[in-house]
Design a protein around this ligand. Sequence first.
Ligand SMILES: Nc1ncnc2c1ncn2[C@@H]1O[C@H](COP(=O)(O)OP(=O)(O)O)[C@@H](O)[C@H]1O
Ligand SMILES: [Mg+2]
Length: 474
Amino acid sequence: MTALMKIQTFIQAYAQAISSILECDVTVVDNQLIRVAGTGNYAFEVGNTIAHAKFFHEILKTGKYGIITNAAEDPSCIGCEKRAYCKELADLAYPIFKDEIVVGVISIVAFEEGQRESLLKNRGKLEEFLKYMTMLLESKLYTAEARDRLEQQLQVVHDDKKGWSFVGKSQKMQEAIAIGCKVAKSGSTVFLRGESGTGKEIMAKMIHGLSQRRDKLMISINCAAIPENLVESELFGYEEGAFTGAKKKGAIGKFELADKSTIFLDEIGDMPLHVQTKLLRVLQENKLERIGGHKQIPIDIRVICATNKNIEQMVQEGTFREDLYYRLNIIPIELPPLRTRKEDIPPLVEHYIEYYNLKLSKHVQGVTGEVMQTLVNYNWPGNVRELKNIMEYLANIVESEEVQLSDLPDHIVLRSTKGYDAWSLDKIMDEYEKRVLSNLIKEDDSVEEKEKLAETLQISRATLYRKLKKHNLL
Ligand SMILES: Nc1ncnc2c1ncn2[C@@H]1O[C@H](COP(=O)(O)OP(=O)(O)O)[C@@H](O)[C@H]1O
Ligand SMILES: [Mg+2]
């Protein structure tokens, strides 16, 4: 596919806009003489090879603009075998460049005498106009190329079936993913920020997976999960007899293990101060000393760290070393909360339906529009992790092909804060009533039991029946 064909939709829209301003028809062909865009008569010929190729061929060859002022007499028309069918009276054409190579031609066409006159009268201005148009198309071609390249990289992110795949079509996530892809190869320290469940860990895996170190295992360590007095030995290892309870032969630490690979320091905000000091030294010197040891062990490590804490505030309060903060905060990547990028919710829902269908051998087809709306409205305090868990729950319990509103857990439906905006109070009360009743009623409830229930709820039996009927619970 030629470069111009790749941005066909854009060019067609442009051609249409120019055509309506100039009141002439506009057409664009690529360097294989295939019509990329066309208005009026030519709108139906997009994708076809153009007929009277001689004029355009010349422009593609020379890279110089050309004009046919009068098709009846023009030499490039006279030799054309399609001359008998051609209704063009005049034609002003300009080459489209990319990297100084002609990649196509844009032209303004007159089919009527009035159009021809106006084209000739405004020839100078129109040339100028076309020149700017082609410059614009050229810059569009560059952007499209850059986007292509990025998409190819993103494809890797999705295709890599090492147990993770990254879904994110929102601008915010696209930006985060783009930075991640860009810095993956460099080996620089990355600092991932974001609430719990926003994808910090899978971003770390992605960066490692795209880096030159990907053949070695990424070593993860959760600084919050290790008892404070053990963090140091976990990270740096220790020599025989370094402290009471130490193993006879000493032990290798996570840093040594991660040599030539990546170390992921999760919850770095929970690292005790004395360990921070040692970490800083290791990062500055690229060497470490095991606890109780004297040998300097050289290490070559890529560090990715993550936290959901306000590290800047911790620096101010003195609970996080300022120098370490600067040493780590080289490439910050922010993963925004899910509630601020709601357009990611539908693709995530679909992704996880497929994921759990595969994993749990289910055949859920999708969710109803109402369910999707509710999921989008919900504010997801646990971010993607919470959404993933809900999808697993649904995959387990749903029996119909489509997930119904009644399948969703109460707290999602009723605490979907924005849901209160989208739903009237009546509708919320209704949904709530339905849920309460369906919890209280059993399918085989006898008349006596229903009577008892009505009594408990302090409503008449008739009211109870009416409500049960309304909610399809009879
Ligand atoms: N953009 C995403 N696309 C697909 N799954 C995601 C995405 N973000 C997070 N997840 C999933 O959500 C869960 C939590 O993500 P995780 O990376 O552990 O978050 P964090 O480290 O920020 O707490 C993981 O199972 C992860 O696979
Ligand atoms: Mg995490």
